[in-house]
Ligand binder design. Structure first.
Ligand SMILES: CC(C)(COP(=O)(O)OP(=O)(O)OC[C@H]1O[C@@H](n2cnc3c(N)ncnc32)[C@H](O)[C@@H]1OP(=O)(O)O)[C@@H](O)C(=O)NCCC(=O)NCCS
Length: 135
Protein backbone atom coordinates (compact mmCIF):
# COMPACT_ATOMS: atom_id res chain seq x y z
CA UNK A 1 0.00 0.00 0.00
CA UNK A 2 1.33 3.43 -0.94
CA UNK A 3 0.11 6.62 0.75
CA UNK A 4 0.28 9.94 -1.09
CA UNK A 5 -0.32 13.52 0.05
CA UNK A 6 -1.13 14.76 -3.44
CA UNK A 7 -3.07 13.72 -6.53
CA UNK A 8 0.05 13.72 -8.71
CA UNK A 9 -0.16 10.63 -10.86
CA UNK A 10 -3.80 9.96 -9.93
CA UNK A 11 -6.24 9.71 -12.84
CA UNK A 12 -10.00 9.32 -12.77
CA UNK A 13 -9.76 5.70 -13.97
CA UNK A 14 -7.95 4.90 -10.69
CA UNK A 15 -11.04 6.06 -8.75
CA UNK A 16 -13.64 3.32 -8.89
CA UNK A 17 -16.13 2.02 -6.34
CA UNK A 18 -16.29 4.97 -3.95
CA UNK A 19 -19.35 6.72 -2.45
CA UNK A 20 -20.83 3.26 -1.96
CA UNK A 21 -23.86 4.26 0.09
CA UNK A 22 -24.69 7.39 -1.87
CA UNK A 23 -27.94 7.27 -3.89
CA UNK A 24 -26.57 9.79 -6.38
CA UNK A 25 -22.77 9.50 -6.24
CA UNK A 26 -20.26 11.76 -7.99
CA UNK A 27 -18.60 10.15 -11.00
CA UNK A 28 -14.85 9.51 -11.05
CA UNK A 29 -14.06 12.77 -12.90
CA UNK A 30 -15.98 14.73 -10.25
CA UNK A 31 -14.23 12.72 -7.56
CA UNK A 32 -10.84 13.69 -9.01
CA UNK A 33 -11.93 17.33 -9.14
CA UNK A 34 -12.90 17.42 -5.47
CA UNK A 35 -9.58 15.82 -4.54
CA UNK A 36 -7.79 18.46 -6.61
CA UNK A 37 -9.76 21.31 -5.02
CA UNK A 38 -9.25 20.14 -1.44
CA UNK A 39 -6.69 21.89 0.75
CA UNK A 40 -5.16 18.57 1.78
CA UNK A 41 -5.63 15.00 0.66
CA UNK A 42 -4.21 11.68 1.68
CA UNK A 43 -4.73 8.83 -0.75
CA UNK A 44 -4.09 5.10 -0.31
CA UNK A 45 -3.09 3.36 -3.53
CA UNK A 46 -2.89 -0.39 -4.03
CA UNK A 47 -0.06 -0.58 -6.54
CA UNK A 48 -1.32 -3.81 -8.01
CA UNK A 49 -3.88 -3.14 -9.65
CA UNK A 50 -2.89 0.56 -9.38
CA UNK A 51 -6.20 1.67 -7.90
CA UNK A 52 -7.05 4.18 -5.20
CA UNK A 53 -8.50 2.17 -2.30
CA UNK A 54 -8.96 4.92 0.28
CA UNK A 55 -8.91 8.69 0.61
CA UNK A 56 -9.44 11.51 3.08
CA UNK A 57 -9.86 15.21 2.31
CA UNK A 58 -9.62 18.44 4.29
CA UNK A 59 -10.65 21.97 3.44
CA UNK A 60 -8.90 24.64 5.45
CA UNK A 61 -8.18 28.36 5.81
CA UNK A 62 -4.59 27.36 6.49
CA UNK A 63 -4.55 29.38 9.74
CA UNK A 64 -7.05 28.31 12.38
CA UNK A 65 -9.59 25.93 10.97
CA UNK A 66 -9.95 22.77 8.93
CA UNK A 67 -12.88 20.55 8.11
CA UNK A 68 -12.67 16.91 7.09
CA UNK A 69 -15.62 16.32 4.76
CA UNK A 70 -14.78 12.91 3.28
CA UNK A 71 -13.11 9.69 4.36
CA UNK A 72 -13.71 6.37 2.66
CA UNK A 73 -12.01 3.03 2.29
CA UNK A 74 -13.24 0.61 -0.38
CA UNK A 75 -15.30 -2.25 1.10
CA UNK A 76 -12.77 -4.94 0.14
CA UNK A 77 -10.01 -3.04 1.97
CA UNK A 78 -11.82 -2.23 5.21
CA UNK A 79 -10.61 -3.28 8.65
CA UNK A 80 -6.97 -3.40 7.62
CA UNK A 81 -5.98 -0.14 9.32
CA UNK A 82 -6.12 1.93 6.13
CA UNK A 83 -8.68 4.36 7.57
CA UNK A 84 -6.55 4.78 10.69
CA UNK A 85 -3.46 5.48 8.59
CA UNK A 86 -5.33 8.02 6.44
CA UNK A 87 -6.61 9.85 9.54
CA UNK A 88 -3.23 9.84 11.29
CA UNK A 89 -1.50 11.18 8.19
CA UNK A 90 -4.16 13.86 7.74
CA UNK A 91 -3.95 14.92 11.40
CA UNK A 92 -0.18 15.21 10.97
CA UNK A 93 -0.75 17.46 7.94
CA UNK A 94 -3.09 19.60 10.05
CA UNK A 95 -0.99 19.67 13.23
CA UNK A 96 -0.56 23.47 13.13
CA UNK A 97 -4.29 24.12 12.81
CA UNK A 98 -6.38 25.01 15.88
CA UNK A 99 -9.82 23.62 14.97
CA UNK A 100 -10.17 20.29 13.16
CA UNK A 101 -13.81 19.34 12.73
CA UNK A 102 -15.83 16.62 11.10
CA UNK A 103 -19.36 15.24 11.24
CA UNK A 104 -20.16 11.55 11.54
CA UNK A 105 -22.92 9.09 12.36
CA UNK A 106 -23.33 7.82 15.95
CA UNK A 107 -21.70 4.48 15.13
CA UNK A 108 -18.41 6.17 14.21
CA UNK A 109 -18.12 8.32 17.36
CA UNK A 110 -16.05 5.69 19.17
CA UNK A 111 -13.84 5.28 16.09
CA UNK A 112 -12.94 9.00 16.02
CA UNK A 113 -12.55 9.13 19.81
CA UNK A 114 -9.49 6.90 19.33
CA UNK A 115 -7.88 9.89 17.59
CA UNK A 116 -8.56 12.17 20.59
CA UNK A 117 -11.55 13.76 18.88
CA UNK A 118 -14.49 14.71 21.09
CA UNK A 119 -18.20 14.65 20.43
CA UNK A 120 -19.99 17.96 19.97
CA UNK A 121 -23.05 19.30 18.17
CA UNK A 122 -23.01 19.84 14.43
CA UNK A 123 -25.49 21.60 12.15
CA UNK A 124 -25.83 20.62 8.53
CA UNK A 125 -27.73 21.58 5.40
CA UNK A 126 -27.89 19.38 2.30
CA UNK A 127 -28.91 20.34 -1.24
CA UNK A 128 -29.69 16.79 -2.35
CA UNK A 129 -30.12 17.82 -5.97
CA UNK A 130 -26.37 18.62 -5.91
CA UNK A 131 -25.26 15.31 -4.36
CA UNK A 132 -23.41 14.19 -7.50
CA UNK A 133 -21.58 17.50 -7.86
CA UNK A 134 -20.57 18.05 -11.48
CA UNK A 135 -21.23 21.07 -13.70
C1 LIG B 1 -15.00 4.43 8.41
C2 LIG B 1 -13.97 3.79 7.48
C3 LIG B 1 -13.24 4.88 6.71
C4 LIG B 1 -12.97 3.01 8.32
O1 LIG B 1 -11.96 2.54 7.46
P1 LIG B 1 -11.15 1.20 7.78
O2 LIG B 1 -9.93 1.21 6.92
O3 LIG B 1 -12.05 0.01 7.68
O4 LIG B 1 -10.80 1.46 9.30
P2 LIG B 1 -9.64 0.85 10.16
O5 LIG B 1 -9.19 -0.45 9.56
O6 LIG B 1 -8.64 1.90 10.42
O7 LIG B 1 -10.40 0.63 11.51
C5 LIG B 1 -11.27 -0.37 11.63
C6 LIG B 1 -11.99 -0.14 12.94
O8 LIG B 1 -13.06 0.78 12.72
C7 LIG B 1 -14.28 0.16 13.06
N1 LIG B 1 -15.28 0.60 12.08
C8 LIG B 1 -15.11 0.74 10.76
N2 LIG B 1 -16.25 1.15 10.17
C9 LIG B 1 -17.15 1.28 11.15
C10 LIG B 1 -18.51 1.65 11.19
N3 LIG B 1 -19.19 1.99 10.08
N4 LIG B 1 -19.11 1.67 12.37
C11 LIG B 1 -18.45 1.34 13.49
N5 LIG B 1 -17.17 0.96 13.52
C12 LIG B 1 -16.53 0.94 12.37
C13 LIG B 1 -14.00 -1.30 12.94
O9 LIG B 1 -14.87 -2.06 13.74
C14 LIG B 1 -12.57 -1.38 13.48
O10 LIG B 1 -12.56 -1.30 14.88
P3 LIG B 1 -11.30 -1.76 15.76
O11 LIG B 1 -10.18 -0.82 15.43
O12 LIG B 1 -11.78 -1.62 17.16
O13 LIG B 1 -11.00 -3.15 15.34
C15 LIG B 1 -14.65 2.79 6.49
O14 LIG B 1 -15.40 1.85 7.22
C16 LIG B 1 -15.52 3.46 5.45
O15 LIG B 1 -15.06 3.83 4.37
N6 LIG B 1 -16.84 3.58 5.75
C17 LIG B 1 -17.81 4.16 4.81
C18 LIG B 1 -17.63 5.66 4.66
C19 LIG B 1 -17.70 6.37 6.00
O16 LIG B 1 -18.52 6.08 6.84
N7 LIG B 1 -16.79 7.34 6.15
C20 LIG B 1 -16.72 8.17 7.33
C21 LIG B 1 -17.48 9.43 7.15
S1 LIG B 1 -17.50 10.42 8.63
Amino acid sequence: MRYKNSIDGISSDMLKGFFTDWPNPPNSQTHLKLLKNSSQVVIAVDEDPNQVVGFITAISDGVLSAYIPLLEVLPAYKNQGIGKELINRMLKELENIYMIDLCCDDELVSYYEKFNMTRTNGMILRNYNRQAGGD
